[in-house]
Ligand binder design. Structure first.
Ligand SMILES: Nc1nc2c(ncn2[C@@H]2O[C@H](COP(=O)(O)OP(=O)(O)O)[C@@H](O)[C@H]2O)c(=O)[nH]1
Ligand SMILES: [Mg+2]
Length: 188
C-alpha cells in the first residue's frame, strides 16, 4: 500500500488578494499528486478520489514573493456542485493531461466547457496546460497533441512527472508569474 493519506484540506474560500489556481482535469489524471508533490514533496501512489482540496504555497519569483492558494478539484462529475463554489474565486487555471490516458484530453475540454457555462470570464483567466506522468512508458498522448491544445487556448504548456518531481514547480510557476501582479506581497 502506498501513501493513501489525503494531504489537502477542505479549502477556505481564498482571501480576496490571494490568487487562486484551480487544478482541472479528469479523475485519476494526477492533479492531487502534482499538488502534494509541490507542497509536501510527497507522491501519493494510490488514487484517493478528491472532492475538493486546498493547498497554499509560497512562491519566490525574481523580485516578488507571493502566497498562492491551490484548489484541487475532484475529476468526477458527481462532485460538481461542491467544486462550483470555488470557480468564482479562481484567478488562473491549470489543465492537467495524463499522457497515459487519451481520454484526459477530452476531459479537460469538457471541464473547460463546464467552467465557461458557469463563469464566462474564465476565458480571460491565465491558463496553463500541464502534461503529467511523463515518466511512464505507457505514454500515448504525444507532445504535439499537448502543444496543439495549449496553442488552442493561447497558453503555455509544461511537461511534468509528479512521480519523479520533474518540472512540478515549473508547471505552477508559468501561471504564478502571470498572477503575481494581483497578489499581495507575502511579507512579514
Ligand atoms: N507514473 C505516474 N503515476 C502518477 C503520476 N501522478 C499521479 N500518478 C498516479 O495516478 C493515480 C491518480 O493520481 P491522483 O493524483 O490521485 O489523480 P487525481 O484524481 O487527478 O487527483 C495515482 O495512482 C498516482 O500514483 C506521475 O507523474 N507518474
Ligand atoms: Mg485527486
Amino acid at each position: 500500500m502506498g501513501n493513501a493519506v489525503c494531504k489537502g484540506k477542505t479549502p477556505k474560500l481564498p482571501k480576496k488578494r490571494t490568487p487562486c489556481v484551480m487544478l482541472v482535469g479528469g479523475s485519476g489524471c494526477g492533479k492531487s499528486a502534482l499538488a502534494q508533490q509541490l507542497v509536501y514533496h510527497e507522491f501519493p501512489t494510490d488514487h484517493q478520489p478528491t472532492i475538493v482540496d486546498g493547498y497554499e504555497k509560497h512562491f519566490v519569483l525574481d523580485d516578488f514573493a507571493a502566497r498562492i492558494s491551490i484548489v484541487d478539484c475532484g475529476g468526477s462529475d458527481e462532485y460538481v456542485k461542491e467544486i462550483n463554489k470555488y470557480v468564482e474565486q479562481a484567478s488562473g487555471l491549470i489543465f492537467v493531461v495524463d499522457v497515459t490516458n487519451p481520454d484526459s484530453l477530452d476531459a479537460v475540454n469538457s471541464k473547460y466547457t463546464g467552467l465557461l457555462a458557469l463563469r464566462p470570464d474564465v476565458a480571460n483567466l491565465p491558463k496553463a496546460v500541464v502534461a503529467t506522468k511523463t515518466d511512464s512508458v505507457d505514454r500515448v498522448v504525444s507532445q504535439p497533441d499537448i502543444t496543439a491544445l495549449a496553442a488552442h487556448w493561447s497558453c503555455p504548456h509544461v511537461e511534468t512527472s509528479a512521480q519523479s518531481y520533474d518540472d512540478v514547480e515549473a508547471a505552477f510557476r508559468v501561471l504564478v508569474a502571470k498572477l503575481v501582479p494581483e497578489a499581495a506581497p507575502d511579507g512579514p
